[in-house]
Design a protein around this ligand. Sequence first.
Ligand code: GDP
Ligand code: MG
Length: 439
Amino acid sequence: LSERLESAWKKLRGQNKISESNVQDALKEVRRALLEADVNLQVTKKFIEEVRSKALGAEVVAGVSPDQQFIKIVHEELVVLMGETDAPLAHRENPPTIILMAGLQGTGKTTACAKLALHLQKQDRTVLLVATDVYRPAAVDQLITLGKQINVPVFEKGTQADPVDIAREGLAQAQADQIDTVIIDTAGRLQIDQDMMGELAAVKAAVQPDETLLVVDAMTGQEAANLTRSFHEQIGITGAILTKMDGDTRGGAALSIRQVSGQPIKFVGIGEKVEALQPFYPDRMASRILGMGDILTLVEKAQEEVDLADAAKMQQKILEASFDFTDFLKQMRLLKNMGSLGGVMKLIPGMNKLSTDQLQQGEQQLKRVEAMINSMTQEERRNPDLLSSNPSRRQRIATGSGLKVADVSKLIADFTRMRSMMQQFGMGGGLPGMGGNPL
Ligand code: GDP
Ligand code: MG
């Protein structure tokens, strides 16, 4: 290799690693996405710092940009951070298992009690609901109504008894009736206050629950971090239920909850009905938070299709000027495997503005190029120069592929130009015959 080529090669290789400078834009974009998803500012800063240092120096898959690759890493880290899929609920060997609900008023605690009861019932577990929200008569009635709906008994003592006593007696009742799981609904306040925390702590101490689930309204946004911190420090939670995810929130609260408490989100609420409960899927949540599902799909497709060793070999060939029509066909098939050209193009930001006509033309052209290469002999594919100097070979290829000699000549000219361009600038440049469409 000449010295000039060698330095070009180094430069090219440098761009295939993630560096501070080549992901500047992506960093900004991720930060904005997280804040727009209402992830707490401190949580966002900490997270981005961690991912940045982790991502530096990572290899970039051929066919995607360092920015896109970085976003993929961010996505993976989000999934890791938000924890297991379907984090299991504690289940005691000798029943009853005790679940305590905590959270601010209106977040969906009472509704979540019924949802969870239904969920457990479907697993053939018996449930007793216990009503300790004695501050609003409607709260007890609400739980009774929900219990009737799903055919689950509700233990209550109206609104005059003490919450700790109700919880204790409810537990005794469950033991007597050999109930598998007790779910204790509690009172919330509009804001965190010491009365509420004191009462919750007292109930918790009295019944020693196996799970203390913090119910958080997904619309809480930025505040979710402080809220979680208060509850976790003062009560200690074992997990969370994120409600109202059927709204248009991006769900950044999930990240805040997890990072502040270290405890998993166990379920999400997706509606007012008792059936509207789902396990928590970290990968779906990560895509929703980033709001970048399409880019991720593209990067994943590229990763599936591109064999890294193959890509390295290809680059070597380019530098040695031995990149031939066989390699070219391989690259094209790779592109095709990534889905229809139109499908791939649409995934690229800014490219979805291409008209259907333009996309169809592109696909059409790809097919023609493939037909021409298929009509070449192995020798011709290996040594494209054979074709530049031999009209009868070009004629044979044209006939074989059902195209004109002019088409073949143009392909060869484009290919030759591209090959020398690639040698000069690395692997940039479009495919020949594609009318300069960036691919
Ligand atoms: P609590 O004060 O914490 O017990 O909250 P509730 O269970 O009484 O719920 C407050 C309101 O939120 C009610 O109108 C519920 O129907 C509604 N709600 C609860 N969970 C969800 C959910 O996942 N999605 C939607 N859209 N509404 C919900
Ligand atoms: Mg309630």
